[in-house]
Design a protein around this ligand. Sequence first.
Ligand SMILES: [Zn+2]
Length: 212
Amino acid sequence: MNRIFNFIINLFYPSRCAFCNKITDKEKVCCEECNSKINGVKSITTVLNNTFCVSPFPYCSIYRDAIINFKFNGKIQNAETLSLYMLKAIREYYNDDKFDYVTAVPLSKNQRIERGFNQSEILARKISEYLNIPYKECLVKIKDNEPQHSLNSNLRKQNVKGVYKTANQDITNLRILLIDDIVTTGCTLEECTRILKKSKNQVMCCAFCKTQ
Ligand SMILES: [Zn+2]
């Protein structure tokens, strides 16, 4: 399925830099100019006791453009580059930590139909390929809520309460790498982590961008 998808993408879209959209070498992760600008300042967000989220980039400039174009403007092929930078941050921050599964912050059924895809799942599946660790749907979103970015920080925590649950009873005693696209206050990751920890799982998180 993935291979057919990649084939179609490559057929219709030449390789473009994920950050500035210039046509670039297929083998290159991004163009020379962006490559010289990128400075990998990782940031760490505390999600919950002993659970952290590593992000390779801040949510600004070319990094913001890359994730916005991926999420909202149909540049699905950006996932390749974005996930490679996430992979680098994961390897550096979590060292030799071994994960049982890679998973993503889920969308609700309605959100998924509306967008057509879950951006975090696409990133998580790429990362799972690179790490050679299986992707597993560990969480489901059972309720629609307001988009977190539309709310002030006081309401965000409340907004995610009760909207997630574990996907199966067998999601227990696992080491889970949880992927998100953008981390802001960390309320979504916190709630997902809380649910997973209730079933005795260990959780480590990574998001492409961290808002400042
Ligand atoms: Zn570029």
